[in-house]
Each structure stands twice: as C-alpha cells, then as structure tokens.
Design a protein around this ligand. Sequence first.
Ligand SMILES: Nc1ncnc2c1ncn2[C@@H]1O[C@H](COP(=O)(O)OP(=O)(O)OP(=O)(O)O)[C@@H](O)[C@H]1O
Ligand SMILES: [Mg+2]
Length: 116
Amino acid sequence: MKRNTGLRPESMGSEIIRTEGLSKYYGDGEALVKSVDQVSLSIRKGEITAIVGKSGSGKTTLLHMMGGLEPPTKGRVLLDGSPLYEMNDSRRTKFRRERIGFIFQKFQLIPDMTIR
Ligand SMILES: Nc1ncnc2c1ncn2[C@@H]1O[C@H](COP(=O)(O)OP(=O)(O)OP(=O)(O)O)[C@@H](O)[C@H]1O
Ligand SMILES: [Mg+2]
C-alpha cells in the first residue's frame, strides 16, 4: 500500500490528520491477519491524498480507522489535534458528524427505501 499526494498550493495549511503506529489486527495465532500494520502519516489542510494498493492491502480498514468508524488494535488517530479514540463513543460520533464526510465503497444505501 502506498500514498499519492497532490497539493493545491493556494490552500496548503497546517496538519489536519495524523496517524501514529496505527494498526488493526484480526484473529490470532495461525489466523492472525495484520490488516493495517504500524501506519504513521500526516496530511495537511488542502492536501489531496490517494491511498493506493491491491485488493486486501488494508485501504478500507485504514480509512475507517482514520474516519473514526473503527477502533484500532494499536496506535492513534489525531484529527486537527484531537485523538479520536481517546474520546468516548458519543463524543467521537458527534465529532465525526461535524468534521468528517465519507463516501462508502458499497454506498451503504438502504435497498427498500426511496427518496422522492
Ligand atoms: N472484519 C474483518 N475480519 C477479518 N479480517 C478482515 C476484516 N476486515 C478486513 N479483513 C482483512 O483485512 C485485510 C484488509 O482488508 P481491506 O478491506 O481493508 O482491504 P482493501 O485494501 O480495502 O481491499 P479492496 O481493494 O478489495 O477494497 C484483508 O485481508 C481482509 O480480509
Ligand atoms: Mg476496500
């Protein structure tokens, strides 16, 4: 997995998101899967970043942890300086609602509902 970065020079700013040793492991023993292992990165305001990697390399897991949706096994996520997983669930939910937008891979649509 790697990261491609594009900068919009007019709006480059301070650090908006940072991860430190971010890891997510599933299972244990023989069945241990290190979905994301020790990712430390920093993204600045105005920076456009793409996370690129083959299927199963951990992109969705990483984004879910960065977006406040999935607690990590180890490490931390700081959004504008606030450590997401050191907040309680309801504070994190409120923070996420106000600060983070997500477009899901599978859209998360409710199949039997229609908007008119
Ligand atoms: N809930 C889970 N339980 C066990 N293993 C999981 C779980 N979620 C993800 N994994 C495993 O973690 C690894 C990374 O999965 P992830 O979905 O993050 O990859 P991805 O890079 O987003 O793949 P894709 O390009 O197919 O969307 C895979 O080996 C996957 O099988
Ligand atoms: Mg994915």
